[in-house]
Write a protein that binds this ligand. Structure first.
Ligand code: PCA
Length: 214
């Protein structure tokens, strides 16, 4: 049986909920003949978030890790392509720490690519009528930090697939940010299930464009 590790974040900034944890926690304990899903909440804190994630990987030995985070204002489920070795926080984290232009890993490579089949996942989501796209940047806040640290830690374990998915606000959050897009928790949950199934099934990603001009 394969173990799938999903992570979501605690709320941060002015939000009282984080859609990533609202959705990820709905999949806790979902098990079938092929896979067992384990869910862990990460603090929205530089350093500590990664410690919690890496401890969970050591404990559960997953074959697939999908970290999920809120990207308020984004319009769809976005599969992150790349994480960069920079912490540059626009707002302090939940411990009041605000790094500016600090490396995630001292002397680490400039970037790590997702090892999820991101094109196949985006395609599968769109086929099911769920808005999705490839994102070329995970930002420079705690989500990028976690994605970079995750891929760096698994750099010598190509058999474990891992990556990051950003999701929009839930409708109740967007209601407080007029003009912002949102996606219902049930739709995101369905999207996450599709992403898991696709990642477990697809060994080599599809050759379809997920590029952007700008
Ligand atoms: N989103 C933030 C950090 C936690 C979260 O859910 C980000 O995009 O960096």
């Amino acid at each position: 049986m394969k173990t799938v590790l999903l992570t979501g974040f605690e709320p941060f900034g002015d939000e009282s909920i984080n859609p990533s944890w609202e959705v990820v926690s709905r999949l806790e304990g979902v098990t079938d003949a092929e896979e067992c899903i384990v869910c862990v909440q990460l603090p929205c804190v530089f350093g500590e978030s990664l410690q919690v994630l890496l401890a969970a990987i050591a404990r559960y030995s997953p074959t697939l890790v999908i970290a999920v985070g809120q990207a308020g204002g984004r319009t769809d489920i976005s599969l992150e392509r790349i994480a960069i070795n920079i912490d540059d926080a626009r707002i302090p984290d939940n411990q009041g720490y605000q790094p500016i232009d600090k490396p995630v890993v001292e002397n680490g490579p400039a970037a790590w690519f997702s090892t999820l089949p991101i094109k196949a996942i985006v395609n599968a989501l769109q086929q099911e009528g769920i808005p999705a796209s490839v994102s070329q940047t995970a930002g420079t806040y705690v989500c990028n930090h976690v994605m970079y640290g995750l891929l760096h830690a698994l750099g010598d374990k190509p058999e474990v697939k891992a990556g990051f998915m950003h999701i929009p606000y839930l409708p109740q959050q967007a209601a407080k940010h007029p003009g912002s897009a949102s996606m219902a928790a049930e739709t995101v949950k369905q999207g996450l299930e599709i992403a898991i199934r696709t990642a477990l099934r697809v060994e080599f990603d599809e050759q379809i464009t997920g590029g952007t001009m700008h």
